[in-house]
Design a protein around this ligand. Structure first.
Ligand code: DGT
Ligand code: CA
Ligand code: CA
Ligand code: ZN
Length: 584
């Protein structure tokens, strides 16, 4: 078991202990141990092997033993027993925003609530609001949280679906009976949240392919199995459908099952207007529904289907019936950005705030990957939970980055770190640092980390005020949403975009898989206003650099090209862009 999982279990133990009303010092010990564990850069098995765990302060002896047990056996007796001692409904309730162990415990003790259903009823009857420390607001929030959970229980993050689907697709591709294969559906369209995973294969031997598919690792359950179709359940309860068609049908089936439904409807209408019929089996010279092979207009690829219907190729990401037909008719589908166009990320953290890895480690890692630059933008002091930097620390960090850059330059590499900050936007849109300090940095990302209870007008005003600061290059994750977890705070996004256009401020496309913020649906508007995008990892650890690929996919979904995104620029050109707003 790796460090992350062990830390997650330690944290859960802390919550379970709190639910049980255990000793606060003991609870804190588990929380501290989890945090300490996460901050270690060396792999856990190595620390255990070299007997170094005991030297780390912040982890007591008894917890050390538990860590070793977890890391080496993957299980922990103590944890299993503890979990069994708490009703499972109470543990589930912890997932509702605003409900921590203390509140759950109170609900259980005072109202006898043991399940989410009971909690919902109690809220509806107004009983929760009457409890000490709850109130009407909290009660309403709990109800909202329960509804939200229900709505999304069958939804999954794109990233989780990609992690599950990619190895399966690889494996299908290598099977001798598979001619062509692809994912389809919302996953292929790169929707930020997907309902299930759709696979499509062409083959002369569907049964072999289906049998092979059902033997893939990670399949928990087979829910339906036919001659050409099979559905399975993967990890986290995510469903995957596989369809097998003949290779002649493949392009038609791929277009059909990629969707979206709205896009398909327009495609079918276009066919009908031309006296044709389009369905998952083909494009037919027919005025009625058919799948008669003799009537099929042969198309070897999706491109050829689009061409038959008077359209240039429409990339899957754009197939949402959001103007793609108008553009494709005029051959005006833009050449969308590719993730390999990205040269670095301009919003990232280090172990100076809440990230992992020293500045030097980060530089080496990103240089080795072939990136051109990487900005260090740790949190500012107001973000004390995220261990934000104060003025002195930031000044020290600037020196450290200069030192590392000097080393890089001496070693002959062109890769550079940029000095930056993710400065907190405070009340009234003031920033956590003054302009004088901000002016010493290469890149300033201004982010809002509260606002979940303020009004739309107030939040909007704050962000606009921040955009008006000449030293702010870009706003960070402007809506604060966490997909499947937290709704965006109230914001007039269009007004913020307008202000960014006015002031020459960029907008971040934060490509953390739970954020993808700003949402793809707003980027065309921003682009038309001349607002540039910056695709940022918001990396808190080295491997988060891979989020760049996701960010580029979401940018494609927002119709963005290489020219719309500033971090496709080489370093010298980027530096010019970074100076533009300040020298205005
Ligand atoms: P999801 O899975 O909810 O995230 O969304 P999709 O788009 O992947 O939907 P899914 O898996 O139900 O079906 C895959 C594609 O198949 C869908 O995008 C379009 C096509 N499709 C499914 N049902 C219909 C339908 O009733 N009419 C049309 N025109 N297309 C359909
Ligand atoms: Ca789907
Ligand atoms: Ca499906
Ligand atoms: Zn950040």
């Amino acid at each position: 078991m790796d460090k992350d999982k062990v830390a997650a279990i330690l944290e859960e133990i802390g919550m379970l202990l709190e639910l049980n009303g255990d000793n606060p010092f003991k609870i804190r010990a588990y929380d501290n141990a989890a945090r300490t564990l996460l901050s270690l850069t060396e792999p856990l098995d190595k620390l255990i092997e070299n007997n170094e765990l005991s030297k780390i302060k912040g982890i007591g002896e008894s917890i050390q033993k538990k860590i070793v047990e977890l890391a080496t056996t993957g299980k922990l007796q103590y944890y299993e027993e503890l979990k069994a001692s708490v009703p499972p409904g109470l543990i589930e309730m912890l997932q509702i925003p605003g409900l921590g162990p203390k509140k759950v415990k109170a609900l259980n003790e005072k109202l006898g609530i043991e399940t989410i259903e009971q909690l919902e009823q109690a809220c509806q009857r107004g009983k929760v609001a009457q409890l000490d420390g709850f109130g009407e607001k909290t009660q309403a929030k709990i109800l909202e949280g329960i509804a939200f959970r229900r709505q999304y229980s069958s939804k999954h993050l794109l990233y989780d679906a990609l992690l599950l689907s990619e190895p399966i697709l690889e494996s299908l591709r290598s099977h001798r009976d598979v001619v062509r294969c692809s994912t389809a559906g919302s996953l292929r369209r790169f929707k930020e949240v997907v309902g299930d995973i759709d696979f499509l294969v062409s083959s002369n031997n569907p049964q072999n392919v289906i049998n092979f598919f059902t033997q893939q690792p990670g399949i928990i359950n087979i829910t339906a199995k036919g001659d050409t179709k099979v559905s399975v359940i993967l990890k986290d309860g995510i469903q995957a459908d596989l369809r097998v068609v003949s290779d002649v049908e493949y392009p038609f089936a791929l277009a059909y099952f990629t969707g979206s439904k709205e896009h398909n409807i327009v495609m079918r209408q276009r066919a009908i207007q031309r006296g044709l019929r389009l369905n998952e089996y083909g494009l037919f010279k027919s005025k009625e529904e058919t799948r008669e092979p003799a009537l099929r207009i042969p198309c070897k690829s999706e491109e050829e289907i689009f061409a038959q219907l008077g359209l240039s190729y429409i990339p899957p990401e754009l197939r949402e019936d959001q103007g793609e037909f108008e553009a494709a008719e005029k051959n005006q589908i833009p050449r969308l950005i590719e993730w390999t166009d990205l040269k670095g990320s301009l919003h990232n953290h280090s172990n100076w705030s809440d990230g992992q890895g020293s500045i030097e480690e980060i530089a080496k890692y990103m240089d080795d990957l072939g990136l051109d630059y990487w900005a260090i933008t740790d949190h500012s002091k107001a973000a004390y939970i995220a261990n934000g930097l104060d003025i002195e620390q930031l000044k020290k960090q600037i020196k450290e980055i200069d030192k590392v850059n000097k080393k890089l330059s001496d070693s002959g590499t062109d890769f550079r770190l940029l000095k930056g900050i993710e400065v907190d936007i405070l009340a009234e849109g003031r920033l956590d640092f003054d302009d004088d300090l901000l002016s010493k940095l290469d890149i300033v990302v201004a982010s809002f980390h509260q606002g979940f209870s303020s009004s739309e007008a107030e939040n909007t005003r704050r962000l606009i005020r921040a955009a008006e600061n000449p030293f702010v290059h870009t706003l960070g994750h402007i809506t604060g949403r966490l997909l499947l977890d937290r709704e965006p705070y109230k914001l007039n996004v269009l007004a913020v975009i307008d202000a960014c256009a006015e002031t020459g401020t960029w907008i971040e496309l934060n490509c953390h898989p739970m954020r993808f913020d700003m949402d793809w649906r707003f980027w065309r508007y921003a682009k038309n206003k001349g607002v540039k995008s910056v695709i940022n990892c918001d990396a808190h650890r080295l491997e988060h650099v891979q989020f760049l690929r996701l960010g580029a996919g979401v940018a494609r979904k927002g119709w963005l090209t290489k020219e719309d995104v500033v971090n496709t620029l080489p370093l010298d050109k980027l530096m010019i862009e970074l100076n533009k707003k300040r020298s205005k």
